[in-house]
Design a protein around this ligand. Structure first.
Ligand SMILES: NC(=O)C1=CN([C@@H]2O[C@H](COP(=O)(O)OP(=O)(O)OC[C@H]3O[C@@H](n4cnc5c(N)ncnc54)[C@H](O)[C@@H]3O)[C@@H](O)[C@H]2O)C=CC1
Ligand SMILES: O=C(O)[C@@H](O)C(=O)[C@H](O)[C@@H](O)CO
Length: 339
């Protein structure tokens, strides 16, 4: 496809998803829901009944598809194909999402196969949760067209997609990917080749700390989950964590981190930027500067806007948060002395 064709408002973009499992199906659904055609390629070579596998994958994509957000009357087309048919699809692809298991040998073999068949100017995106884009880039001949597109699960529902690029990724390919993601209603963020992107890195700390609290008997799993849904999660869906440092006060985080470090250990130590902001009176709203700059003239309006977002969120989510828990907890094992 030429650049002129590509820049047209309603231009067709050939999307091929390689790997028809949980993420591949979700990604396919995200494109279909936005009114775009998609090819979902099942490329595993095996004696198993892959015809049946492909039929099941197709059924799962279609069954869970919600009404399309597109204005077009045209029904988007899903093609679920095998390795052989995928080759011709790759030859005309604009964008390829690799969604095979998180095993580097499998990624290597599939990406090298993709590389051998894909159109010369297509962008190749890995959905890997862990491998750095710098490692993925080494698996194809032209690293300038490689990036990671980390969709969150469930891929069709979660708005965020983290796009991770290496120094070798062509910025134009990053732009092309973020544009495409926006076109299907996703919210892309761009990050460098650092382990854990943004979300897995943050959520691993939260999830491990929650598990640790169960282990230590601090609270029940039900109460910890409710505390996150009604507290942390509710707040962080309106105010990002850095915005909340400024909102609540960088001084509070500075003091809290010292206390928690003394009580619970080094994993709570604040980074230098928090100490530095404290020392230089960049404590957020109160100093009109912190991680963000605040114009005193418009601060009240900004705060009122965020409060309205809270109210709207609670209007929608309040009843679910107050409902009885839907899960029953696994009873804690007896103490070792009783076993
Ligand atoms: N499951 C999750 O919650 C998330 C997964 N990811 C990432 O997405 C990628 C795909 O993960 P899932 O969809 O969960 O995996 P999955 O196991 O559900 O699907 C993998 C697909 O690859 C196929 N496959 C298996 N072995 C193969 C081989 N040797 N050659 C070619 N195809 C093969 C399978 O038949 C299946 O269609 C991974 O890199 C994973 O880390 C990213 C975010 C969340
Ligand atoms: O947030 C997601 O959907 C994914 O990033 C995952 O769950 C990853 O597989 C990882 O964060 C698991 O801990």
């Amino acid at each position: 496809m030429t650049d002129t064709e590509r820049t047209g408002a309603a231009q067709r973009i050939d999307v091929v998803v390689v790997g028809a499992g949980r993420m591949g199906q979700g990604i396919a659904r995200a494109f279909l829901a936005a009114g775009m055609d998609v090819t979902l390629a099942d490329v595993k070579e095996t004696d198993e009944d892959r015809v049946r596998y492909r039929k099941a994958a197709e059924q799962q994509v279609i069954e869970r598809l919600r009404p399309t957000g597109s204005d077009s009357d045209q029904v988007p087309q899903l093609v679920v194909c095998d390795r052989e048919s995928a080759q011709s699809r790759l030859a005309t692809a604009d964008v390829v999402f690799e969604a095979v298991p998180e095993v580097i040998e499998v990624k290597r073999s599939i990406l090298s196969w993709v590389d051998a068949h894909v159109a010369g100017d297509a962008v190749i995106a890995s959905t890997t949760s862990t491998f750095l884009v710098t490692e993925i880039a080494d698996l194809v001949e032209d690293p300038s067209r490689v990036l990671n597109a980390h969709w969150l699960n469930p891929a069709d529902l979660m708005p965020l997609v983290e796009v991770s690029r290496s120094d070798r990724t062509d910025p134009a390919q990053v732009e092309r990917m973020t544009e495409l993601l926006r076109r299907i209603g996703k919210i892309p963020v761009v990050c460098g080749p650092a382990a854990g992107y943004i979300v897995p890195r943050l959520q691993a700390l939260v999830m491990n700390e929650a598990a640790r609290m169960v282990e230590e008997g601090v609270a029940t799993a039900t109460d910890i989950d409710l505390a996150v849904r009604a507290g942390l999660g509710t707040r962080f869906s309106v105010l990002g964590p850095l915005e909340f440092i400024d909102w609540g006060g960088g001084d509070i985080l500075y003091y809290a981190s010292r206390y928690l470090t003394a009580q619970l250990g080094d994993r709570f130590r604040a980074p230098a930027v928090v100490e530095d902001n404290m020392a230089n009176r960049r404590r957020g709203l109160q100093d009109h500067t912190g991680f963000y700059e605040y114009d005193p003239e418009s601060t009240a309006a900004y705060q009122a806007g965020r409060i309205r977002e809270f109210e709207e969120l609670l209007r929608l989510r309040g009843p679910e948060l107050r409902a009885d828990p839907v899960l029953s907890e696994r009873p804690a094992p007896p103490p070792e002395s009783d076993r």
